[in-house]
Design a protein around this ligand. Structure first.
Ligand code: ZN
Ligand code: ZN
Length: 407
């Protein structure tokens, strides 16, 4: 059986020395190095207590998805960037610093602690010769207060935030967030109206729509393959609120026809967008209550953000349908997460089909037909992806309804 490199299509000849996890095979030292920011979190040679926000940031940059833990968001400027509405520009900047300039976690960690992040990053740019050509560097020069937490926040950003809030009031017709009655008013709204209000506020006030929030799942951000696709989708929703009255939007959402309003915008922004069908499928979901379509997006969120709760909760549908209930050790859980990350990265995998296979107890066959398991993996995943017979108890989450695909 031929083994392939985890990072490229070449044949693998090496395996991580520190552990024996399957799928951790490489063709060369180079590919192993490229996988290390990700693999160090699961490698048995590392103890998980050693990771801090610098490691989280580096892994996020390599994954191409924003970090999700609160400490990293605070320490590396994301919280400040929301004030200026430049969250994505900040992330692009970190990706360039980490992936292109190859600044490792240990440097970032030390520089941040010593308040010399900006100074050292400028030096690194100067040495790389990218100073005059890099858009990210241009952004950084104008926004150093976002990166260096000891610099004061410029006054004008407080005004900018007020303008964003005013826009949300204008589009939704709801009172200003500082209005003492807003909470009550919002609580009395029909559910779909409240959800659409949250989306409008999230988008215009730059409260980024992260996994695993309900907005991320309900409005189809989960179907995006990368952070940049997610931000295009944000732009599309922004346009939606500018073009259509709020009432039309939430009524369309409520009846599962929001896709009809979104589709023409999609064509304008992203012709040939590969995830169109999946997105429209998500937006149709309110028309077909009672089937657990969102489970596959919860799975994606859980593996993207390393959310242990979603996977460890007894009786959780993810444990039942996606094999986590069969895991006998933390290694098994790591193998499953690694497998699902591979699948979500793979362009041949349509998540809705993955889900259909899961609820029909055909996961092993489905995944094998796409990835082609090697012998060691066959044994492992036959065990992990087999049908999990779970007896539902009273204290568990209610059993998920059977999967009914919309016509
Ligand atoms: Zn390789
Ligand atoms: Zn390892």
């Amino acid at each position: 059986m031929v083994l392939y490199c985890a990072m490229c299509p070449n044949i693998a000849t090496k395996r991580c020395d520190g552990c024996q996890l399957s799928g951790v095979n490489y063709c060369s030292k180079d590919c192993q190095g490229k996988d290390w920011p990700e693999h160090k979190f699961e490698c048995k040679s590392m103890s998980s207590s050693h990771f801090d926000t610098a490691d989280q940031l580096v892994r996020a940059a390599h994954r191409g998805h924003m970090p999700h833990d609160t400490d990293t968001l605070h320490e590396y400027g994301f919280v400040r960037a929301t004030k200026a509405g430049t969250l994505h520009e900040l992330f692009d900047f970190w990706v360039e610093v980490i992936v292109t300039l190859e600044i490792p976690a240990r440097s970032l960690r030390v520089w941040r602690r010593n308040w010399v992040l900006c100074q050292e990053i400028k030096l690194a740019y100067a040495n790389s010769g990218r100073v005059s050509t890099s858009q990210a560097f241009e952004w950084f020069q104008a926004n150093q207060w976002i990166v260096e937490q000891c610099l004061p926040i410029p006054r004008r950003f407080e005004d900018e935030q007020d303008a964003d809030v005013a826009r949300v009031c204008q589009y939704t017709g709801l009172p200003h967030p500082r209005d003492p009655n807003l909470r009550e008013i919002r609580a009395a709204l029909p559910n779909s109206q409240a959800i659409c209000y949250d989306l409008c506020q999230g988008i215009f006030c730059h409260i980024s729509i992260f996994p695993p929030t309900h907005l991320w799942i309900l409005f189809g951000f989960g179907v995006c393959k990368s952070d940049s696709e997610e931000r295009t989708l944000e732009e599309i929703y922004k346009r939606l609120f500018q073009l259509h009255p709020f009432e039309e939007i939430w009524r369309a959402y409520d009846t599962g026809v929001l896709g009809d309003l979104i589709e023409p915008l999609l064509s304008a922004y992203e012709p040939g967008w590969g995830r169109r069908r999946e997105l429209l499928y998500v937006l149709e979901a309110p028309r077909f209550p009672g089937y657990n379509w969102e489970l596959v997006w919860r799975l994606k969120a859980a593996v993207l953000i390393e959310e242990p709760y979603l996977i460890n909760q007894p009786g959780h549908p993810l444990r039942i349908f996606y094999g986590f209930g069969n895991a006998e050790s933390m290694d098994d859980v790591r193998e499953l997460k690694r497998l699902y990350r591979r699948l979500f990265r793979d362009d041949n995998v349509i998540p809705t089909e993955l889900h259909r296979a899961a609820v029909k107890w055909e996961l092993y066959r489905f995944v094998d037909s796409i990835l082609g398991f090697e012998r060691r993996e066959q044994r492992l995943f036959r065990r992990l992806l087999r049908r999990y017979d779970y007896i539902f108890g009273e204290s568990d989450c209610p059993p998920p309804p059977a999967f009914i695909a919309p016509p």
